[in-house]
Design a binder for this molecule. Structure first.
Ligand SMILES: [Cu+2]
Length: 406
């Protein structure tokens, strides 16, 4: 009798909790914006278009890099000597790493647990082991600003801003040695290695062009005309066009990466600074330092929307759409909340929490038994589609598997 009424009560409570939380939306990937004047980082939910957290950070948020799974964000502070590590599942700084005075650009090395930091104030590149969260090596480079790394993780190209000795410095990352330098006539600004590995792009102060360097020959093979004061430049992942931020006219310039010629200019805000592209390559997020906004640009149509962030927004990074097959259950949360896989791939959930959880699907298809701490559950998804799921013990814990074509 007692057992029955207790289980009835549990059922009722579960139904109530489910009703309360079933209206909760799954958040989109987040964009992170460093507000240079406020010493904060704004976390923007790109699905809702709203700032969902403002994270205090050491003075002068400068370079930003986000891990491919979208979990960890690294932010250097040029008014300080640290790189802050933000856990994006809680939007808080969980560690600060001492790297040396006035760190500028930060870049993750593909395929390695390695973050490179341009320590401008101490004329060196710091190699940060992201597992140990500590500097494990340094290589001397004069006044380094930004770092582009080849997709195979073997070489880094660095813009070096030593007065009247401007150059691009090339480091062999395995040997941890400077192997070549390329002399320049003007101060290099942003430098990026294209995601397809075919070009290194950079801009220079006082030159209204994008320099295109062929990493196979280390020769400058083209100069693409821009408006006044080009800054960020790259050919981001999953995009058809190369992209540059042109500060003078306040524009996002799209260029053809085969012919190295301009295609289209899209008006953004005042004094734009940087951009990041969504994981599907469809949307560009542009910081506008002069208008304290983030422009959200639909690349295909050129349509823009605006989100107000903090003061003097400079760098921006966007969580990629997490691709892969692993969901970690931590702190009553599925991390990442949304993942995309191809049909016939499987997903494994690991309970890394202190108590039991269980995976249940909204369509009623087979979920897991109760997963005690340390236990895992795997399921293969044969059919493309969107699979919403939740924890049958804590209904407010929700997630989504997006299964694409084979
Ligand atoms: Cu649970």
């Amino acid at each position: 009798m007692f057992a029955t009424s207790q289980s009835k009560f549990t059922l009722l409570l579960t139904a109530l909790v489910f009703t309360l939380f079933s209206g909760m939306a799954i958040a989109g990937p987040k964009a992170y914006v460093g507000n240079f004047k406020d010493n904060t980082v704004s976390a923007v939910d790109t699905a809702a278009g709203t700032v969902v957290a403002t994270i205090p950070i050491a003075a002068g948020p400068h370079g930003m890099a986000i891990t491919p799974d979208g979990r960890w964000l690294y932010v250097s502070s040029d008014g300080s000597s640290t790189v802050s590590v933000i856990d994006t599942s809680i939007d808080r700084v969980t560690k600060t790493i001492e790297v040396g005075k006035s760190p500028h650009g930060v870049t993750l090395v593909p395929g390695k647990e390695l973050l490179l930091v341009a320590v401008n104030g101490e004329d060196k590149i710091a190699f940060v082991d992201t597992a140990k969260q500590a500097v494990i090596a340094t290589v001397s480079v004069g006044k380094p600003h930004t770092i582009g790394v080849s997709p195979d993780g073997k070489v880094a190209y660095i813009s070096s801003q030593v007065p009247s000795h401007f150059e691009v410095v090339i480091i062999d990352l395995d040997a941890r040695k400077v192997v070549r330098t390329i002399a320049l006539d003007k101060t290099p600004r942003d430098l990026e290695y294209s995601s397809d590995g075919k070009a290194v792009y950079f801009t220079k102060a006082g030159a209204n062009v994008i320099d295109v360097l062929d990493p196979a020959s280390d020769k400058i093979v083209a100069e693409i005309p821009t408006g006044v004061s080009p800054h960020y430049v790259n050919h981001p992942r999953n995009t058809m066009y190369g992209m540059a931020i042109v500060q003078g006219p306040g524009e996002l310039l799209l260029f053809d990466v085969k012919t190295n010629s301009p295609v289209r200019s899209i008006k953004v805000g005042d004094q734009p600074h940087w951009l990041a592209v969504s994981g599907d390559g469809k949307t560009a997020y542009v910081t506008n330092e002069g208008s304290n906004t983030l422009s959200v640009v639909d690349i295909a149509s050129g349509k823009t929307a605006t989100i107000t962030v903090g003061n003097q927004p400079r760098k921006v990074a966007v969580q990629p759409l997490a691709v892969g097959a692993k969901v970690s259950i931590e702190n009553f949360t599925f991390i990442p909340q949304v993942i995309t896989i191809a049909a016939d791939e499987s997903v494994t959930w690991s309970n890394n929490d202190g108590g039991p959880h269980a995976v249940a699907f909204k369509d009623g298809s087979a979920g897991s038994e109760t997963l005690f701490p340390g236990k895992t559950f795997s399921r293969t998804f044969a059919q493309p589609g969107t699979y919403e799921y939740y924890c049958s013990i804590h209904n407010y814990m929700i997630g989504r598997i997006v299964v694409g074509p084979r």
